[in-house]
Design a protein around this ligand. Structure first.
Ligand code: PGA
Ligand code: ZN
Length: 424
């Protein structure tokens, strides 16, 4: 059983404080996990409890840490770590708010993840096996190689330009192709006169103005690396359009235009026509624009995967409404949007039951904890986005998957896009 729960303040990849939690079992087993943090957060995400005030720009998490060390510790002492749903429910009830605002989603998620680790460690089982089953599949990875929007100080309105290995003989082979393309992209950008400093997720943050230009650079990089766009390497975009949507005017302020939803939809369609290697678009419409997201899904959802991130915030009850409304055909899954392991798994189940694909995701603020990589394997998530082939907090996730592939010694399959949705 759980002997004690303890948290501390550590720092994330942007130098902001975050919660690291330890769960210690009576036999001495330790489970440790740390919590990521977003920049372009959905309005309805669970509450990340921050101290405010002057210390570290008000971003301290000492209140969340204290909640772990006092109330959560008292509530979980003596409880079995092997019933994840029970552990999570105890904390949800203790918090008592609909969005984990009192104790903090960062406090609750840290303990939730650390409990899963402690349980896995106690059994001597890898995390991806403890949380998962026997059918082990390594995810299709999506790598954000050009950063814009809230992740970089450049003029690009779209937040993420990702590449993904379509043809691969193994997970390692896919990753190697991405590394080759990433390195080539650097040269392509340099040749075109752009700076090659990095954004928050390890992608380049060139000061270019248009989405088209960014995708053109990806095409060039893929080809110069010796691959075929759309055959060997696919392209995925996260518009993160809530960031450039004007709620009151109902307009998308995009690249100097003030687009209504139909104009935005036509823009996306033209983009796909011009660049057929684009296989996935995330948040093409705002979290406040359900109607047009649904309309676009009906209209264009058979041409491209449409991923809902800010609009669903990994929240099973919001997602249920989204499914009914016909919004998107894929859901982005972020543990800290909802704030516990078992609620995240519930959202994934809901997706599979309703024919939605799932893309498991890191946050733009990350730590060295590879939890999300194990998690993506455990839930047969099919897809994982965890950043470019740079910055150790991103690479930690991919290296974890390389280790898992090695450990399974050829027994694991690797997801191929588009992923079959296995309804279970
Ligand atoms: P965030 O970005 O972690 O800054 O929210 C990731 C995303 O929008 O997918
Ligand atoms: Zn997103």
């Amino acid at each position: 059983v759980i002997e004690s729960v303890k948290a501390r303040e550590v720092f994330d990849s942007r130098g902001n404080p975050t919660v690291e939690a330890d769960v210690i079992l009576t036999d001495g087993t330790l489970g440790r996990a740390s919590v990521p943090s977003g920049a372009s957060t959905g309005e309805l995400e669970a509450t990340e409890l921050r101290d405010g005030g002057n210390r570290v720009e008000g971003k301290g998490v000492s209140k969340a840490v204290n909640n772990v060390n006092t109330e959560i510790n008292d509530a979980l002492k003596g409880v079995s770590p092997f019933n994840q749903a029970e552990i999570d429910q105890i904390m949800i009830d203790l918090d008592g708010t609909p969005n984990k605002a009192r104790l903090g989603a960062n406090a609750i998620l840290g303990v939730s993840m650390a409990t899963a680790r402690a349980a896995a460690n106690a059994l001597g089982t890898p995390l991806y096996r403890y949380l998962g089953g026997v059918n082990i599949e390594l995810p299709q990875t999506f790598h954000n190689v050009i950063n814009g929007g809230a992740h970089a100080d450049n003029g690009i309105d779209f937040q993420e330009f990702m590449i993904t290995p379509l043809k691969k003989t193994s997970f390692r082979d896919g990753l190697e192709k991405i590394a080759n393309t990433y390195h080539t992209l650097k040269k392509v950008l340099e040749d075109a006169g752009f700076q090659t400093g990095l954004g928050d997720e390890g992608g380049f943050a060139p000061d270019m103005k248009s989405t088209t230009e960014a995708v053109e650079m990806l095409y060039k990089a893929i080809e110069q690396a010796g691959y075929k766009p759309g055959i060997d390497i696919g392209i995925a975009l996260d518009a993160a359009s809530s960031e450039f949507y004007d709620k009151d005017a109902k307009k998308y302020n995009f690249e100097g235009h003030s687009f209504n939803a139909d104009e935005m939809a036509n823009y996306y369609k033209d983009l796909k026509k011009k660049f057929p290697a684009i296989i996935s678009m995330e948040d093409p419409f705002s979290e406040d624009d359900w109607e047009n997201f649904a309309k676009f899904t009906k209209d264009f959802g058979d041409q491209v995967q449409l991923v809902g991130d800010d609009i669903f915030v990994t929240n099973p009850s919001i997602f249920r409404k989204g499914i009914k409304a016909g919004v998107a055909n894929s859901i982005l899954i972020k543990l800290n949007q909802i704030g516990s392991v078992s609620e995240t798994i519930e959202a994934i189940r809901l997706a599979k039951k309703n024919g939605y694909t799932t893309m498991i995701s890191h946050r733009s603020g990350e730590t060295e904890d590879p939890f999300v990589a194990d998690f993506a394997v455990a839930v047969s998530g099919g897809q994982l986005k965890a950043g470019a082939m740079a910055r150790s907090e991103r690479i930690a996730k991919y290296n974890e998957l390389l280790r898992i592939e090695e450990e399974l010694n050829g027994q694991a399959s690797v997801a191929q896009f588009p992923n079959d949705v296995d309804a279970d």
